[in-house]
Design a protein. Sequence first.
Length: 355
Amino acid sequence: SIMAAASSSKPYECLICGVPIYNANLGIDACRACTVFYRRHLSSTKELLCRKGTDDCFVRNTRPNCRKCRFTRFAAVLSKSTSGATTSAMLLQRDNGNDTDSSDEPHSNNSNGVQNTFIDHRSFSLFASCSTDAPFFDRMRRAYSLLCLIRSCGEQGTYSDDPVGAKKGDEMTFISIVKSNKQANMAILARGLIPFYDSIFEDFRGLTNESKNFFVNRSLRMIQSLDGLYRSAHHFPDEDILSPTYTTYVSMDILDEFVENRFPEPEQELMAKEMRGNFHRSVDIILNEYKRVKPTNEEFLALMGLSLWNNELSRVNEEYSEIVTRNRSAVLSELHKLYTELGRTDYSVRLGDLL
């Protein structure tokens, strides 16, 4: 199933100490312990001294470790992630070439009996403004197109004017992840998800800011994976290409360059092997499963809702069990209502493919 595949990815490694992690901190793949350590000593006036006097004695997956070199390594990784090699501010241009279709609407097709109009930043003007009383999927379409618009503008702002490494999708140009600032783009997604879910779920609007951030951060990897599948399958239907953020792409032939640009030389061979394995799994299992199931527009939007209200949150914090269960039931009820309107009788079978 799509949801199971999207949520079953292997844990990431903390780029500082090497322990398995499932969530980023300060915009980088760092564990909570290393992040707390860095923050504590960032404001400290006490000088840290290298245990060996060499200022380079930090070794991953080793305890205990030199505090100064641990701090220095965290600062270096954080600096690289926020400086970001960048490219084209001209990405996401509309194709002005030999397009014989005079329609300004995004590409659409019919799948599983539903008019599955692809939703992106260009769709925002197509959907009328919705009140909180509007039908569920009308609100979802409007909110998701706004999220796309936010991400399109936000990610373009992180690029320079050099269009190196561009790849054309459906009336949209993607930048090689080698030339992008992935962590900044992920932060844009995380910020955009809060108003996105605010506009759809009353229970989410009623949460404190701290709780909203908790829900989004704990669900971010799954949401990012699902969103990337939606766009990769549309823009590159016949290629093994993933779209990790709204304006970027990654393929097997650029992974080595990405590793060379982002990791110190002693770690490059190991990281390249790990990333190639992850890429193969993402394509062979997750992306191909998505293309096989071919979720409709509404099914994808329902999965975006279920990704926020995922059962893992209840296991992490029992306080949220009731709100998660209530909203999952509400989303599934809307999906069931849609299937009934369409005359579909394979509700359970279809959910098995999706979930």
